[in-house]
Design a binder for this molecule. Sequence first.
Ligand SMILES: Cc1cc2nc3c(=O)[nH]c(=O)nc-3n(C[C@H](O)[C@H](O)[C@H](O)COP(=O)(O)O)c2cc1C
Length: 254
Amino acid sequence: MKRAHTRNGRLGPSTDQTLRDLYDLLKWAPTSANGAPARFAFLRSKEAKERLRPALAPLNVEKTMTAPVTVIVAYDMKFYEQLPKLFPHSPGMAKLFERNPELVEATAKRNSSLQGAYLIMAARALGLDCGPMSGFDHAKVDDAFFAAGKPCFGCDQEFFPEGHVKSNFLCNLGYGDPSALHPRLPRLPFNEACSLLSSQSAARGRLSHRSSNEPVGAAAQRCPVILLMSRFSPACGSAVSEGSSIAIGCIRRP
Ligand SMILES: Cc1cc2nc3c(=O)[nH]c(=O)nc-3n(C[C@H](O)[C@H](O)[C@H](O)COP(=O)(O)O)c2cc1C
């Protein structure tokens, strides 16, 4: 975590096996209801990169065109169709999403972002370097690779034709060129990025109070640690399962 940097120039190709190993690592990290909404399109050929080129912000063109692999971290808006397989002990869960497009969108974006972060961590664990990028035109990428996020049977869509897939962010992958490394950028110190609530019981009470889901609130009561993700968001949620050691939630400051 401390030594790995964001990389610009890179050397060396990644084999198919490396990319399979990468997915086999990242897939084990958690997502809401085990929904795993992320989809990963690995672009390796010159032709695929050329299709991506018009969508890239100018500063991202050169490093993307020369990277051995660029992965489009995307999300499937119909991820919930896989829930009977991925979350079989809760048969009603898919229906919950079917009826609620806003929940689908929020869940798909949040969890595919998490899965993109898991990809970065897994790639680094395998000795690969990463260059994540949000500087690109989503509509152009979705149009070029995912039929603009609509199902596209029998057309020339290469990736995920069965499904409502949209781009989240891009990430170049490879073995980094040390000569192209920028100096390490600073990070916020603990006191600026974190707050330690003095009273755990007060935090527990408010987390429980704000939770729209009673079993979640009750489980949060029993957790030894509560991690507050946002201090200011009025629309709060919380997530914790029985037996967790950390409850994740957000509490509005008084
Ligand atoms: C989601 C995401 C989007 C990013 N978008 C870009 C981008 O479009 N272009 C770019 O050059 N760097 C981009 N970065 C790289 C960050 O600027 C970089 O990770 C950060 O400055 C930390 O750099 P360091 O790891 O070398 O300290 C992005 C990083 C992330 C995680």
